[in-house]
Design a protein around this ligand. Structure first.
Ligand SMILES: Nc1ncnc2c1ncn2[C@@H]1O[C@H](COP(=O)(O)OP(=O)(O)OP(=O)(O)O)[C@@H](O)[C@H]1O
Length: 217
């Protein structure tokens, strides 16, 4: 059974049809790249899957159940969306990494948080660092950790490496690969040649439609 199933999904603003008749089944632990020309509808599609936008037609099923039937917080813990330009919360890295525990009413686990920081090449001392002193690449790494402290079933990545320095890009790639190998389904939007190749399925979105699907292996 597909972990995500989009059936005749459309999105219209006034008379402008931004997405038309999208049918897509995504299996558990697939690594999918969504690519295509600017303005084709990629971000709109990912935001609909993330419940940040609501489709105007069609239905979405996650884990066999209609998206409408989930409590939004429960759904977003399982289908987690990462922005191109993440906004961090509060004042310190700690405020961000403790947040996933707070919303689950769990006690913060400092040891796991430090291990997580190290997994994206940030030292232990970063836990109490002021978020305003972080570089763009460091901010994105903290945001990715916030989304994955508790592993979601699906991780949605909207051009998360755009504008980052080369070293951060490399670290983010390694981190996403590790998350994928832990069983998470990855759905990423990218124009980056190397990232397109990382995926086992490439979906081409143009003029609000899926124009091509290439499966590797
Ligand atoms: N709320 C809205 N109202 C009107 N038009 C919109 C709205 N949201 C998106 N669009 C339009 O829908 C089209 C698709 O936008 P979208 O951001 O999904 O494309 P994209 O493929 O992600 O592009 P890019 O690669 O440049 O990020 C664009 O033409 C955009 O201007």
């Amino acid at each position: 059974m597909a972990i995500l199933s989009l059936q005749n999904v459309g999105y219209k603003v006034d008379t402008n049809e931004i997405l038309k008749n999208i049918n897509l089944d995504i299996n558990e632990n697939e690594f999918i790249t969504i690519t295509g020309p600017s303005g084709g509808g990629k971000s709109t599609l990912l935001k609909i899957i993330a419940t940040l936008l609501t489709a105007t037609t069609g239905e979405i099923f996650f884990d066999g159940k209609n998206q409408d039937e989930y409590a939004i917080t429960e759904y977003r813990q399982q289908v987690s969306y990462c922005f191109q330009q993440p906004s961090l919360f509060g004042e310190t890295v700690f405020d961000n990494l403790s947040f996933p525990y707070e919303i689950r009413q769990k006690e913060f686990d400092e040891k796991s948080a430090i291990e997580a920081l190290k997994s994206v090449n940030l030292p232990e001392t970063y836990l109490h660092k002021d978020i305003n002193s972080l570089s763009g690449g460091e901010r994105q790494r903290v945001a990715l950790l916030r989304n994955t402290m508790f592993l979601p079933k699906v991780l949605l990545l909207d051009e998360v490496t755009v504008g980052l320095d080369a070293r951060s890009i490399e670290i983010v790639h390694e981190f996403i690969d590790k998350i994928w190998k832990q069983g998470v389904t990855i759905l990423q939007i990218t124009h980056h040649e190397g990232e397109i190749k990382q995926a086992n399925k490439i979906i081409w979105v143009e003029e609000g439609m899926i124009k091509d699907v290439t499966t590797k292996r």
